[in-house]
Design a protein around this ligand. Structure first.
Ligand code: NAG
Ligand code: NAG
Ligand code: NAG
Ligand code: NAG
Ligand code: NAG
Ligand code: NAG
Length: 433
């Protein structure tokens, strides 16, 4: 029975068919929820077919379509959002999703929205405009989750011609966008690892958004990484959208580590901080507001998530980057369990290759965005690099966030530099809602 069920589900639905189905599902919201609840409460391998037959036997036409849809919802379409902040380990974490062959992964599409808004007008900094920007972010996410990649054309500059663009941000971070059918020149196996920005563009030529949309539809799931949404509350309408089954992976990291990483990645912006780090004396013009708001947003989102509001039920997972870096396989399987997907072997292999090896020389890597070979050392490296005075300042600015997320304060340089002394609390940290 199960084989038959899979075989039937194997064929792809037509696009229009799917749309009809979505509308029907939306209008049957209550039933839909009931069905989902039922599915969740059972664990047999082939409930999909059973459920369809038993629920919709009456109307044979509907039953047929339902059979197909539910066979497919044996692995229903997931809409995964890796919700993070800059330099919190999101490139690495994103790769763990990107490696799954059934996942269509997009690395920070909201970049284009922000660029378009930032350039269009200076008055966009006001709060009304912040709402507009967040609305545009959500619109784009919704369109991408439904594989309408053409929607990106509203924001990509220069404007794509004939649905083709050379300016798709960080295209190379996505396997799907650098392999057939989107890229005809190179096989999936040839995808370099870590992704090579120039190689993908060179081999594949400009990106055809029509064929990218087709590739998206042909994969079972969509995962998007973003560092541009301030708070999880800004995503509420998407979690409630009946067209989506949104799964939010909230990635957090020790703000002291985030700051140290930003100082290196964005050294122009952080010149004053670097002077402070080098001299041990705080320059008058250091901008403390960015790290402060990073901490506030992180704590606000985690606070919301841990309160388990009903709109986040089964949709929110809090992940500390440190936990992932210290036990990548264990934590990655937790992430996969949460999103409801099998952890494919390719994911396991990728993690093994990218977290333990000593082989590669750092010069091969695009440091700013590359993932890392020795994830544990990388996650703790800030403790050897950041001046104690700065650490103390961040601890004062972010004390509530550090306490909430289970990061210990240090009270001396010796404590800071002693890596045998862990700053990451174990056990007490409640991570799943
Ligand atoms: C925004 O403006 C800057 C400076 O004028 C320019 O370099 C950049 O390409 C523009 N970005 C977009 C997306 O239009
Ligand atoms: C983009 O891809 C679509 C579908 O594969 C194709 O029909 C179209 O001709 C392509 N556009 C260009 C400009 O190559
Ligand atoms: C801070 O200064 C130390 C030397 O005192 C240096 O090794 C380290 O790289 C600096 N850290 C950053 C983030 O610039
Ligand atoms: C953080 O610092 C503020 C102000 O100094 C203090 O009121 C608050 O209790 C501290 N929070 C924690 C968790 O220590
Ligand atoms: C480093 O920390 C460990 C664990 O807390 C402690 O046992 C050890 O004495 C510390 N080493 C130094 C040099 O302080
Ligand atoms: C643990 C590990 O991967 N060790 C490797 C480190 O690099 C040398 C030289 O490339 C290899 O011989 C080791 O096996």
């Amino acid at each position: 029975m199960c084989e038959e069920c899979r075989a039937r589900g194997g064929g792809r639905m037509e696009c229009s068919w799917k749309t009809v189905l979505l509308l029907v599902c939306a209008s049957l919201g209550v039933q839909y929820t009931a069905i989902r609840t039922l599915r969740d409460s059972l664990s047999g391998p082939c409930q999909g077919a059973y459920r369809c037959q038993s629920r919709h036997r009456g109307d044979s036409r509907w039953a047929t379509s339902c059979d197909d849809s539910w066979a497919q919802t044996d692995s229903p379409r997931k809409h995964i959002l890796l919700f993070a902040t800059t330099r919190s380990g999101s490139s690495f974490t994103g790769q763990i999703l990107n490696q799954h062959p059934g996942v269509f992964y997009v690395f920070e599409p909201l970049y284009h929205v922000q660029q378009a808004f930032t350039n269009s007008s200076s008055r966009l900094r006001r709060s009304l405009d912040r709402r507009a920007l967040l609305g545009a972010y959500r619109d784009l996410l919704l369109n991408l989750y439904t594989c309408e990649l053409h929607f990106m054309e509203n924001y990509i500059r220069p404007e794509p011609q004939d649905h083709v663009t050379s300016s798709f941000f960080r295209r190379s971070s996505s396997r799907a966008l650098c392999s057939p059918p989107v890229c005809v020149e190179t096989g999936d196996k040839m995808s370099p690892d870590p992704p090579d920005e120039t190689l993908c563009a060179k081999k594949c030529g400009p990106l055809n958004l029509t064929s990218a949309s087709a590739s998206c539809l042909s994969r079972e799931h969509v995962a998007i990484k973003s560092v541009r949404i301030p708070e999880v509350g800004d995503l509420r309408t998407l979690t409630e959208d009946p067209r989506l089954d949104l799964k939010i992976i909230h990635l957090v990291r020790d703000p002291r580590a985030i700051l140290a990483s930003r100082m290196i990645a964005f050294s122009d912006q952080f010149r004053a901080w670097k002077i402070w780090n080098a001299t041990g004396r705080q320059p008058r013009y250091v901008d403390l507001s960015q790290i402060t708001s990073t901490c506030k947003d992180m704590a606000a989102s985690a606070g919301t998530g841990l309160q388990k509001p009903s709109w986040l039920h089964r949709r929110y997972l809090l992940v500390r980057y440190e936990d992932l870096a210290f036990s990548p396989q264990v934590k990655a399987s937790e992430i996969y369990r949460f999103v409801g997907l099998e952890m494919h072997n390719r994911v396991r292999t990728w993690i093994a290759k990218n977290t333990n090896s000593n082989a590669s020389s750092p010069s091969e890597w695009n440091y700013r965005y590359s993932t890392t070979r020795d994830s544990r050392a990388a996650a703790e490296n800030w403790r050897l690099r950041l001046g104690f005075d700065i650490v103390r300042t961040v601890q004062n600015l972010c004390n509530d966030t550090l306490a909430l997320l289970g990061y210990r304060l240090v009270h001396s340089v010796a404590e800071l530099r002693n890596l045998s002394h862990s700053l990451v609390e174990q056990g007490t940290f409640q991570s799943v809602t």
